[in-house]
Design a protein around this ligand. Structure first.
Ligand code: TXA
Ligand code: MG
Length: 340
């Protein structure tokens, strides 16, 4: 299959492919998604095949207008309204009780709930409206690899396996949406950290919102606990170095050079400027202590080293707090939790 590129001027062609049950990747404010008609089970099955995704990992349904929500879920709890008003379109996925039998088990992985999100990207909102149906949209990467933040990343992983890619340039946020479970409305649970933080949710809801780490792990690596830490992993192993202490970086570099590794550094400008001459290649995550810049560039950085001679990536880790949690969650998974 030839994979075509689409832009603003030929979105209707992309919408026709969706209506015909084909796969078209789309840009969002977080990462690129792999779009298919959420109401066409054959099309949804193709998504799992193209990504090599385990079939017990449910998909997010993407919509373009608030009014579509009523018909897609069993009930909309009152707590959802202020969240939708504040954060949609935007990087917040909400999990609702599913209408029995409405979405195929390929969408929900057989759960009694369904995840819905309205992405903040004008091309994709238009695509959904032109296609006149909700779209499933897992990240448009091969399962296990870093999520795609550009059309080139999607092409690299899925060329020949999907009908098209809508090129909307590099994504802004760079990490997947926050996933919030509202199926027990009195106890909303964050299943996946993202750009919308625990504090952001608390401010809107006027009450505490908790994290469910265990559930995240269970969903992302069902029945294969050993695999759950290889999410977002590039071809080369990643080792984390915590902080900006030059002596620690120096020690790590010396250690892995002695082991015969060819080292790449993924870190902020300050660290890079100091260690650049000692390693094979570097990729900048931006200015020091700017987690938004680092999040924006993380996946592109992990993928960058695949085109180099590097055999091992040393990546900058930081303290985990409400603002850095999403970044550190993805970074630790890409490294399998390994610190120097
Ligand atoms: O930012 C994003 O959310 C991107 C863009 C493309 O929209 N999409 C994305 O999809 O990250 P995916 O499939 O890579 O991740 C979906 C996550 C998975 O961790 C999945 O287990 C969880 O959402 N999920 C989906 N439906 C669920 C449900 N009913 N209950 C619990 N978790 C669910
Ligand atoms: Mg994904």
């Amino acid at each position: 299959m030839e994979t075509s590129f689409f832009k603003e001027n030929n979105l209707s062609e992309a919408a026709k492919l969706i209506q015909a049950g084909e796969l078209v990747a789309f840009p969002t404010e977080t990462v690129y998604g792999l779009g298919a008609d959420a109401l066409n089970e054959e099309a949804v099955k193709k998504v799992y095949a193209a990504k090599g995704r385990p079939s017990d990992n449910p998909l997010i349904v993407h919509i373009a207008r608030r009014e579509e929500l009523e018909s897609l879920v069993a009930e909309i709890p009152a707590i959802a309204e202020p969240l939708i008003k504040k954060f949609w379109p935007g990087p917040l996925t909400l999990i609702f009780k599913a209408k029995p039998g409405f979405f195929s088990t390929s969408v929900t992985a057989g759960l009694e709930s369904v995840a819905i999100r309205m992405p903040d990207n004008s091309l994709t909102l238009k695509l959904i409206q032109l296609a006149e149906r909700p779209l499933v949209g897992p990240s448009a990467n091969t399962s296990g690899r870093p999520s795609p933040t550009s059309a080139e990343h999607v092409y690299h992983d899925l060329e020949g396996k999907i009908a098209g890619i809508i090129d909307g340039g590099a994504t802004g946020i760079g990490l997947e949406s926050t996933v919030l479970d509202l199926t027990s409305p009195e106890n909303p649970l964050i299943l996946r950290p993202g750009a919308i933080t625990q504090q952001d949710l608390k401010e809107v809801l006027g009450k505490d919102v908790t994290y469910d780490h265990h559930l995240i792990g269970k969903e992302e690596a069902p029945k294969a606990p050993g695999m759950k830490y290889t999410h977002y992993a590039p071809e080369e192993p990643v080792i984390l170095v915590k902080g900006t202490d030059y002596n620690l970086w120096r020690k790590a570099i010396t250690h892995y050079l002695e082991q015969g590794e060819t080292i790449g550094i993924l870190a902020n400008e300050e660290i890079i400027s100091k260690v650049k001459s000692e390693v094979e290649d570097v990729f900048s995550l931006g200015l020091k202590a700017n987690v938004n810049e680092a999040s924006h560039s993380l996946y592109a950085g992990l993928r960058f080293f695949e085109k180099t001679k590097v055999t091992l990536i040393l990546a900058e880790a930081c303290e985990i707090n409400d603002n850095t949690r999403a970044y550190m969650n993805r970074l630790e998974k890409s490294a399998g939790g390994k610190y120097f």
